[in-house]
Design a protein around this ligand. Structure first.
Ligand code: GLP
Length: 245
């Protein structure tokens, strides 16, 4: 197993370390292709990346990004959309070339065709060098819900009821779509390197299952144990149930 586990005292330190990790990769490879995640977990990491850009001149001008997922039916400017999230937390604040930032287009008239187009764009960019992930309460990564095939590609997925409810509560939106466009497990596993972030005690059990439990599509994140280069960034509460030596 090649999962490296890093535990930090608190969320701020975890976020700073994750941002530093990305910054070192970007500095070493200015035209890197990053896979990006949404959710509350990476918010602190994005804030740190913005600081690194402002204070230390971290240069994103040649970086390409692909986000993991988007809700079906939401236009880019919908306050609930992940496109909007990325603009608020990162895109508007760093010198990314707008033509090189990608989020699946939720309002596409033909979502299946959009998924194929997205896969093709990732391939054309040379694949994802470094993929950032959060984890859902049921072990989902991106929107790959339990049962997702390990070789799945970007596709339209139906969200688990738990996912819609948890995410709705977080965004305070009245309603969220029950379908999404998401990179597949295979798309994620093709990334050269993976970072998985989790914080808070509520994630401790699913982190234990994902990192030290059996590898099973029932816990999609557990498939990452078969990836050759994964680093897990945790705060202490999220690491609580792991066996660490
Ligand atoms: C959403 C996203 C996932 C994310 C998950 C966890 O469902 N599609 O990519 O990892 O939420 O969110 P949070 O970080 O808010 O716990």
């Amino acid at each position: 197993m090649s999962v490296r586990i890093l535990v930090y005292d608190d969320y701020a330190k975890m976020s700073a370390a994750a941002a530093e990790h990305i910054a070192s990769r970007v500095s070493a490879q200015p035209s890197i292709v990053l896979g990006l995640a949404t959710g509350s977990t990476p918010v602190g990491m994005y804030a740190e990346l913005v600081e690194l850009h402002r204070r230390a001149g971290l240069d994103f001008s040649r970086v390409t990004t692909f986000n993991l997922d988007e809700y079906c039916g939401l236009d880019a400017d919908d306050p609930r959309s992940y496109e909007r999230f990325m603009w608020e937390h990162l895109f508007a604040h760093v010198n990314l070339d707008r033509t090189r930032t990608h989020v699946p287009y939720g309002a596409a008239r033909d979502p299946e065709a959009e998924c194929m187009r997205y896969e093709e764009m990732i391939r054309a960019a040379g694949g994802i060098d470094l993929q950032v992930l959060g984890i859902g309460m049921n072990g989902h990564i991106g929107f790959n819900e339990p049962g997702s095939a390990p070789n799945s590609r970007t596709r339209v997925v139906r969200l688990a009821e738990l996912t819609v409810e948890v995410n709705r509560a977080k965004t305070e939106a009245e309603e969220l779509p029950a379908f999404a466009l998401s990179m597949g497990m295979g798309t994620i596993m093709d990334a050269g390197e993976v970072m998985l972030l989790a914080n808070g005690e509520a994630k401790a059990d699913i982190i234990r299952q994902a990192i030290q439990g059996p590898v099973t599509p029932d816990v999609p994140a557990s498939i990452l144990q078969q990836h050759p280069d994964v680093t897990v960034f945790l705060d202490r509460p999220a690491a609580k149930l792991l066996k660490l030596h």
